[in-house]
Write a protein that binds this ligand. Structure first.
Ligand code: ASP
Length: 614
């Protein structure tokens, strides 16, 4: 055994014991010949001390002094010594091992370290080097206590989830990574086959089809901590490969899947936070989410709901609103309650003219014409534009917005989509600015009653709202109905204004599935070539089934309050989806392309545009 204790383990109960520890030298200090070292590993750090006074043999003292001074930062050593109390007044109350130290008797180098490119010891985020450098030397970045903490939390979360699923009779089943394409709305990563030239595997965008096949295979309750791959345009909270907590169940309805997720999260909450999570989570229809919160992923931790007041302000003589409404736009209103301001962390108990002017500027940056406001005073609504609003309109506004003394009404107007989106951003901005949200309070909400399809605004073609396997709410689709009105049995789970999960009850009737593929514009040949295996499987007594997938990286990063999902992934890609650590994606030798016959394939591109071997 190289060590008897890890670096976070030694406490008062070890006083007087001879221990052997091993780890990285994070810091060293020389206090007049007495040398101190912080020896660290992922469990914590222990103070080692070399005290010449405590040794007798002068040659030994000199030799030990020389050896210890030769150790650089982050070199790896093993030390044996006796645990003793720290000198009174030098204890470190923030460190669990901070009352004791190990008086070094013997020491041995296990490995040296080159000069480290950035500080590994705990420090404020603002002192961190640029992320690219952290990603290049990720193994050093992972030594930082913050990163260790993130990975430890992720591990705890997932192991509690596993525990829960196990207790409920779920089987954890791995599904393939070399697959046929699974449409989730992104591009596939393709892997060329060497054994069957001209043919490609796709990396799974999700295990969707396999988990459905597992249900057809009678597995009943499946889960997997699954790796998914999507070649999408890079966005700050995206990774080309990411992890889903993927679930599928047979003989269930929406509420069964939702209930299972709520119970799982409540179990995990109790394990990792030791607190009770309130379940069931509220449900909001997609339409309400968009009209009240301006987004399909609402943050329900605070009120500040948006109200569409277009019908109330329709006849007013205020030119700005008149123009908007004439162009079929909408006007929405948000009531910033005086009571919210006084109970919030904000020092100001009313938003003054300067803050309102800043909001107007902010609204312009959002692409809005501006922002209109009215304040509720003893004399009623007041602002420079109330004169354009009749007494009746004002009364209606007061009623619709539940206005009380001191409240501030904020109006946005313009085209429907843009106005709702800006309204959604406004409520989130206000909540942040006045301190209505803090990182510790989390709220889940289900978004339900979603449509089956959406229309591509450019081509007008139908696209799946979620994916093509969602069951229509009626179980059937009549090709003559208005497709934009067809509801699907899908649901999204949102946490603090971010979508963290998406699921549905699936189509289990092959004829309905075929119809949906057709409505999505696939020809019979395309359906055959892409999905015949799946339609075939549905034909052998597929049970009613449904499921969901939660985005693990995003969920964990929200719970930890991380700015980026990269902080909860051991080896993430950067914003350009490159791995700076190993240099991937990388060029490959021509010989490898030749082996895969990719070069000759490119030359032999068939007229159809498909790659074919002659
Ligand atoms: N496969 C879906 C997704 O990745 C989740 C599901 O429907 O279960 O979003």
């Amino acid at each position: 055994m190289i060590r008897t204790h890890d670096c976070g383990a030694i406490r008062r109960k070890e006083l007087g014991e001879r221990v052997k520890v091993a780890g990285w030298i994070r810091f060293s200090r020389d206090h007049g010949g007495v040398l101190f070292f912080d020896l660290a590993d992922c469990n914590g750090n222990t103070q080692l001390v070399f005290d010449p006074e405590a040794m007798n043999d002068i040659t030994e003292i000199e030799q030990m002094d020389r050896t210890l001074r030769s150790f650089g930062r982050e070199s790896v050593i093993e030390a044996t010594g006796v645990v003793r109390e720290r000198v009174p007044g030098t204890e470190d109350p923030r460190n669990p091992t901070g009352e004791v130290e190990v008086l070094i008797e013997k020491v041995r180098s296990l490995n040296s370290s080159k000069q480290i490119p950035f500080e590994v010891a705990e420090q404020k985020n603002s002192l961190l080097p640029g992320e690219d450098l952290r990603l290049k030397y990720r193994y050093l970045d992972l030594r930082r206590p913050q990163m260790v903490g993130n990975l430890r939390f992720r591990h705890r979360f997932l192991s509690c989830a596993r525990q829960f699923f196990d207790s409920q009779g779920f089987l954890e089943v791995e599904t393939p990574c070399l697959t046929k394409s699974t449409p989730e709305g992104a591009r596939d990563f393709l892997v060329p086959s060497r054994t069957i030239p001209g043919h490609f595997y796709a990396l799974p965008q999700s295990p969707q089809l396999y988990k459905q096949l597992l249900m057809i295979g009678g597995i009943d309750k499946y889960y997997q901590i699954a790796r998914c791959f999507r070649d999408e345009d890079s966005r700050s909270d995206r990774q080309p490969e990411f992890t889903q907590l993927d679930i599928e169940m047979s003989f269930v309805e929406e509420k069964d899947v939702q209930g299972m997720i709520e119970n799982m999260l409540a179990h995990v909450w109790a394990c990792v936070f030791g607190t009770e999570l309130t379940i069931p989570f509220p449900r909001v229809s997609l339409n309400d989410a968009i009209s009240k919160y301006g987004t399909d992923a609402p943050d329900v931790r605070f009120g500040l709901e948006l109200v569409d007041v277009t019908s109330i302000v329709k006849g007013v003589s205020y030119e700005v609103f008149k123009k908007i409404i004439n162009k079929s736009g909408i006007v929405i209103c948000l009531n910033l309650k005086a009571s919210l301001l006084s109970s919030s962390l904000s020092e100001a108990n009313a938003l003054g003219r300067k803050e309102v002017d800043r909001l107007i500027e902010w609204a312009k940056i959002q692409g809005m014409g501006g922002l209109t406001w009215m304040r509720a005073t003893e004399e009623g609504l007041s602002s420079n534009i109330v004169k354009y609003f009749s007494g009746e309109v004002r009364a209606k506004l007061i009623d619709a917005m539940k206005v009380e003394l001191g409240d501030l009404l904020l109006f946005l107007g313009g085209s429907e989509m843009q106005t709702r989106r800006a309204g959604g951003a406004l409520r989130v901005k206000l909540a942040k600015d006045i301190g209505l949200v803090n990182g510790k309070r989390h709220e889940f909400v289900w978004v339900v009653d979603c449509p089956m399809f959406k229309k591509d605004p450019v081509t007008g073609r139908l696209e799946p709202f979620h994916h093509p396997f969602v069951r229509p709410a009626r179980g059937e689709i009549d090709p003559d109905e208005d497709m934009s009105a067809v509801g699907g049995l899908s649901y999204d789970l949102c946490l603090d204004g971010v979508e963290i999960g998406s699921g549905s009850i699936r189509i289990h009737d092959p004829s309905v599935q075929r119809k949906v593929f057709g409505l999505l514009g696939m020809s019979d040949e395309e359906i055959e070539s892409k999905f015949s295996f799946f339609l075939e499987a549905l034909g052998y007594g597929a049970p009613p089934h449904g499921g969901i997938a939660l985005g693990v990286d995003r969920l964990i990063s929200i719970l930890l309050g991380c700015e980026s999902i990269r902080d909860v992934i051991a080896f993430p890609k950067n914003k350009r989806f490159q791995s700076l650590l190993d240099g991937s994606p990388a060029r490959v030798e021509e010989s490898k392309l030749a082996e895969l016959q990719l070069l000759s394939l490119a030359e032999e591109k068939s007229d159809k545009g498909d790659l074919e071997i002659k």
